[in-house]
Design a protein around this ligand. Structure first.
Ligand code: KG4
Ligand code: ZN
Length: 352
């Protein structure tokens, strides 16, 4: 191993992720994620039925110091051992992003270390590769979260080509809105998943929008509206059956379009990430679709699917290895897109 290889093998990265309502801190030593702590604010925002930005930033401030201590203790290191600090710089809520970025920059300045701003979407996108030797490989990826539904062709680190995206609601947003219509706690996704496990997915037929559109784009707002009209119209139904039927409609479209993209691109690897990829039925359907077609499926463990700092530390480690410089002057970018650091995209194919 080269001297720089030795240095990389024991390099310590501390990353913060505060793009929305989760405060997350992770420590990566070499290629090992040795701590990945998340302080969830779901219980706080649940009372409002969604995330309240000011409440989120106040809570980030409250928990960030104790969480930092927990992460350092778990990693068995002190701050002086950290070689580089990283934080999510977008996309996300400005007042939330500011907390993580300011704390990470402050520590980097005080200790004379490197600071790297990391794109939250790139964090999700590459999270399935965290335990893959050699890192990101040529593949198709599905990022399916509360804010995004994207099919992306990965050609290498920072070389991403958009194949498709939602034209309206993200899949996770549809889960959460339907959860709200059904009177379930926020966020609805995990509750729908749980209730659907005892429901009949064929009991009700909900629309599979844009299945035949001939492209790789999605639409989920019509499905949500169909559930709303259904609930106004029908009186005899079980919540479990509605959850299972709605969930099946979302997953059916995600699987069919994504597998079509995999075939069209001729790749042998599919990487799926984002909060909705925790869904047990989604995982099951993608496992069997990939098995049938001889495609290697990469799925992060559930703790790395929802918002976390492990994925931010991982991208920071890849970028450092690729020679990324410290960027203490960088600003948060609440509207950051996945393609903001790559030249592969044309203007009409920008990822948002
Ligand atoms: O990736 P994430 O934590 O945050 C964003 O960047 O958006 O994703 C959160 C989304 C929420 O919409 C939540 O309802 C959904 O992921 N989610 C699920 C499940 N677990 C989380 N959706 C369906 N089934 C689940 N088990
Ligand atoms: Zn996210």
């Amino acid at each position: 191993m080269s001297p720089s290889g030795d240095a990389e093998a024991c390099r310590v990265i501390l990353a913060l992720e505060t793009s929305c309502d989760e405060t997350a801190i992770a420590v990566m030593v070499g290629t090992d994620l040795v701590a990945s702590e998340v302080a969830s604010q779901i219980a706080i925002h649940g009372a409002y039925g969604g995330v309240v930005p000011e409440v989120a930033s106040r809570n980030h401030l409250k928990v960030v110091r104790p969480l930092l201590q927990t992460a350092l203790t778990k990693a068995n290191i002190s701050l002086e051992n950290v070689d580089a600090f990283a934080a999510t710089n977008g996309p996300g809520l400005a007042t939330s992003l500011m907390i993580g970025a300011s704390v990470a920059k402050g520590m980097a300045v005080a200790l004379g270390k490197v600071f790297l701003p990391i794109n939250h979407l790139e964090g999700h996108l590459l999270s399935p590769f965290l335990s893959v030797k050699g890192g990101p490989c040529s593949s198709v990826a599905l990022v399916v979260s509360g804010g995004h539904t994207l099919i992306v062709r990965i050609e290498g680190l920072g070389r991403y080509r958009l194949l498709g995206k939602t034209v309206d609601d993200a899949a996770g947003e549809a889960f959460d809105k339907v959860g709200k219509l059904l009177g379930l706690p926020y966020p609805g996704g995990p509750h729908i998943n749980r209730l659907a496990s005892t429901g009949d997915a064929r009991k009700w037929s909900f629309p599979r929008s844009m299945l035949g559109s001939g492209d790789f784009h999605f639409s989920f707002s019509g499905l949500k509206t169909a559930v709303r009209y259904f609930l106004q119209r029908e009186v005899n139904f079980s919540v479990e059956d509605v959850c299972a039927s709605f969930q099946e409609a979302v997953i059916d479209v995600l699987v069919k379009k994504t597998m079509k993209a995999v075939r069209a691109e001729g790749v042998d690897t599919l990487a799926i990430s984002g909060g909705v990829s925790c869904n047990s039925r989604l995982r099951e359907c993608f496992f069997s679709a990939c098995e049938k077609e001889g495609i290697k499926l990469l799925l992060a463990p559930p703790s790395l699917c929802t918002d976390n700092a492990g994925m931010i530390a991982y991208v920071a480690s890849l970028r450092l290895s690729a020679g990324a410089p410290s960027a203490l002057q960088s600003e948060i970018q609440p509207n950051l897109r996945l393609d903001d650091f790559t030249s592969v995209f044309t203007s009409e194919h920008r990822i948002s």
